[in-house]
Design a protein around this ligand. Sequence first.
Ligand code: GRF
Length: 207
Amino acid sequence: MTSAELRIGVLGSGSGSNCEAILKACASGRIPAKVALVLSDVRDALILERAHRYGIKAEFLGASQLKTKLEPALEEKALRMLLDAGVRFVALAGFMRVLKSPMLHGFRGHIVNIHPSLLPAFPGLRAWEQALKFGAKVTGCTVHFVDESIDGGPIILQQAVPILPQDSPETLLQRIQLVEHQIYPEAIRLFAQGKLEIVGRTVKILE
Ligand code: GRF
């Protein structure tokens, strides 16, 4: 397969602003790849509507009864749908479930996530709020490969965002997301062009 043929799957549970940044970057040719399928575990998630606007196949996967992960059968279904769509690389974009072995085995080294803090600081939920409450002066966002850990896989790109004295959780998140929309497509471009190499915990960027 040439890098130009890379087919991407995106999984999200919410607004999908990062998904839209990826869709734009693919449409403009900045990322030499195509988003083949968008899946959500939330029936009316805006991410599905955004994908449809770009003419991309987007489907409700089904709702999980479990709180933090997908039922194994649902995760198997996601894997099957992605493979059937020819997907070879998965971007998590606000997907609120921890992935387990079916997806992690199926796409090892081929799944990435964006997290709204400078990992390893503030993993987990509402990371921007954690940073603000902690009194940090700087936070940011991280694109990383996904493994069995929670927000702990090898880091691809990070960018800092200052925390201002007058910041509320909302204003801080807004500024973090502007940066996310830059670095997430950039990290995927690097992957699509074969410029990322995982060496232990380190991701080497070959350009
Ligand atoms: C982003 O802030 C991302 O860091 C986190 O979830 C949020 C998703 O936002 N993982 P959106 O759905 O891409 O707008």
